[in-house]
Design a protein around this ligand. Structure first.
Ligand code: ATP
Length: 285
């Protein structure tokens, strides 16, 4: 491979393009990095390509008739974009899906055991860890998962992903449909999981939540990276505040700011392209 690898990147998505069928180009030339121990957020409006990016990383594009038409994905110095989804899980890339797709008819504990992905020989230490993080799941371990509240189902989905021992947890809209109080709890729990050593890539429409958690963030707009930079800097960026943090909207009909829109991509975008061209900068993920 000609790509220069760097030991300070856990995940490296390089120039990835994705199409669905022949007609829809969902991602063009997207590059995103997560360093070991990092929390990276990917923001963007409906249809920007956030879920597609996660599908490309976790290897489930084909289930949606999608495919990578360009680029490479590296995890821990190994190229993974040719691997099946299960192999990627075993290497440590584990996704918590959008919509908390848990097995509604199974019990809480059965759902968690399914998350082990064939790690049969293991003790119950992982279950204990999940129950330690989410005591409510321990209390409800025999309950049918479909009867849990929305927040509890989200916790179960995260817990199930933890059972596969991720080194990189991919989260698709973890705040979706949850009340603010529950979102705060999920954020605290994600912080604790991160503190225990798991890197994260979080896709969110709720930019406030994502930028609170992340140390570095990317903004996707119509399938391209429109901005990138340290989360603290994006929180203070006028365009991000206006478009994603509840300020006055200045969106196109598709709901997304185009990279070439307005006054230009600006300093943050320039910084992103610079970081793509060479070795990782000190403040990059
Ligand atoms: P949302 O939060 O609304 O899911 P998103 O940022 O995750 O938005 P994607 O779901 O990745 O965006 O969609 C990116 C583009 O790809 C959109 O134009 C969408 O219509 C298209 N797309 C997504 N999934 C499919 C699919 N299975 N078949 C065809 N087109 C798709």
């Amino acid at each position: 491979m000609t790509e220069v690898r760097s030991g300070d990147r856990l995940l490296s998505v390089r120039h990835v393009a994705v199409r669905y069928g022949d007609a829809v180009t969902a991602l063009r030339d997207v590059s995103v990095d997560v360093r070991p121990g990092g929390i990276v957020a990917v923001l963007g409006s409906n249809g920007a390509g956030k879920s597609t990016l996660l599908r490309a990383i976790s290897g489930v594009l084909a289930r949606q008739a999608g495919r990578m038409t360009g680029g490479e994905i590296w995890f821990d110095d190994a190229r993974v974009d040719g691997l099946g989804a299960e192999r990627r899980v075993k290497s440590g890339i584990v996704q918590v899906p959008e919509g908390r797709r848990i097995f509604q008819r199974l019990t809480v504990e059965e759902n968690l055991r399914v998350g082990r992905y064939g790690r049969k020989g293991k003790r119950d230490g992982d279950l204990d860890r999940v129950y330690g993080l989410f005591p409510v799941l321990g209390e409800r371990r025999g309950r049918t998962a479909g009867l849990l509240s929305g927040g509890e189902q989200q916790m179960l989905a995260i817990g199930r992903a933890l059972m596969a021992e991720p080194r990189l947890l991919l989260l698709d809209e973890p705040s979706l449909g949850l009340a603010p109080k529950i979102i705060d709890r999920i954020v605290d729990l994600l912080r604790e999981i991160h503190r225990q050593g798991t890197a994260m890539l979080i896709v969110e429409q709720n930019a406030a939540v994502a930028l609170e958690l992340a140390d570095y963030a990317y903004v996707l707009a119509v399938g391209e990276v429109a901005m990138a930079g340290p989360a603290a800097r994006l929180r203070g960026d006028d365009r991000v505040r206006r478009l994603y943090l509840g300020g006055e909207a200045e969106q196109d009909p598709g709901g997304a700011p185009r990279p070439e829109a307005g006054a230009g991509p600006g300093e943050v975008y320039a910084e992103h392209t610079a970081s793509n061209a060479g070795p990782m900068r000190g403040d990059a993920p």
